[in-house]
Design a protein around this ligand. Structure first.
Ligand code: ADP
Ligand code: MG
Length: 281
């Protein structure tokens, strides 16, 4: 196994307060929320943002036990751009779903942004999903009957940020879609749809972006643009975990390679990270 790569470089308590929930779950929300898109994140501790210890996930299919993840130990620092690599069925989606509290491990412990997910109540997990993590999917997962603006606004409503007027449009402009606010998903290209999905994730200001094969449906040039957009978020204080192919991995600070549910390599890509725009696949 290669040595663990980039360490945490930018630190902060990034989880926003939800105006609807003041007084509850304050452990998940220490930083002021407004202006999170434009203000630099404050310096903080070097604690890992994401930590997995001895994590396994098994499924029982009839009498057959399927091991999706086996005894995974990982620490991911703030502002890392991490690629999780591995063939289909190696456990990439399972890993992202566990970190995002969409799934629970069969064994082991997961701590994200100071929250031990296994000991959290359902209410705490719901707050965690709203305020700590944002998902970006291969198939975009936009609501077909909502415009680009409404899709992003919906994400803000779910995150309890509906009072922040103008934020959805501002975030769409930031991903290059200022001229597409009133377009429905079917009126947008695949790359534009993925930008809407990224805007929906970014607008929440959540510190962890989990992107499961986000370029899988896109052509090469569009995939590169989407990757650059995700990579740029690291400079703004986000921690980005992306699954996909080996070529993308060369642009990462750190590559975690899975095989049959186990981590078989973890470190900087050979030769160090390269600029996204120099990739080919
Ligand atoms: P990847 O994203 O790398 O393709 P997954 O995390 O989706 O891999 O799956 C890892 C393994 O777990 C695979 O063998 C898959 O079939 C199995 N698996 C995933 N989800 C389930 C489920 N809900 N029930 C049973 N087996 C599952
Ligand atoms: Mg998958």
């Amino acid at each position: 196994m290669r040595e663990i790569g980039a360490q945490a470089r930018v630190s902060a308590t990034l989880i926003p307060p939800n105006p609807d929930e003041r007084g509850a779950g304050a452990d998940l929300r220490a930083a002021p929320r407004s202006g999170a898109l434009t203000q630099p994140f404050a310096a903080g501790t070097a604690e890992p943002l994401i930590e997995l210890r001895g994590v396994s996930r098994e499924y029982l299919l009839g009498s057959t036990r399927v091991t999706a993840l086996k005894d995974v130990d990982l620490r991911i620092g703030r502002s890392e751009f991490v690629v999780v690599l591995g063939p289909s069925g190696s456990g990439k989606t399972t890993l992202l779903n566990l970190v995002g509290a969409l799934d629970t491990p069969s064994a082991g412990s997961i701590v994200v942004a100071g929250r031990e997910l296994g000991s959290a109540s359902r209410g705490e997990l719901a707050r965690f999903r709203r305020h700590a993590v944002s998902f970006i999917f291969q198939t975009f997962n936009l609501f077909p009957g909502l415009t680009a603006l409404e899709n992003v606004q919906f994400g803000l409503d779910v995150a309890g940020r509906r009072t922040e007027r103008g934020l959805a449009a501002e975030t769409l402009r930031r991903v290059g879609l200022g001229a597409r606010l009133a377009h429905f998903p079917h009126e947008l290209s695949g790359g534009e749809q993925q930008r809407v999905a990224i805007a929906r994730a970014l607008a929440t200001g959540n510190p962890v972006l989990l992107a499961d094969e986000p370029t899988g449906e896109l052509d090469f040039v569009t995939g590169i643009e989407i990757l650059e957009l995700l990579h740029a978020q690291v400079g703004r204080g986000a921690t980005v975990v992306v699954t996909h192919n080996r070529e993308i991995a060369r642009a990462a600070d750190r590559v975690i390679e899975l095989s049959n549910g186990r981590v078989i390599a973890d470190g900087s890509p050979p030769g160090g990270p390269v600029a996204v725009k120099t990739l080919h696949w």
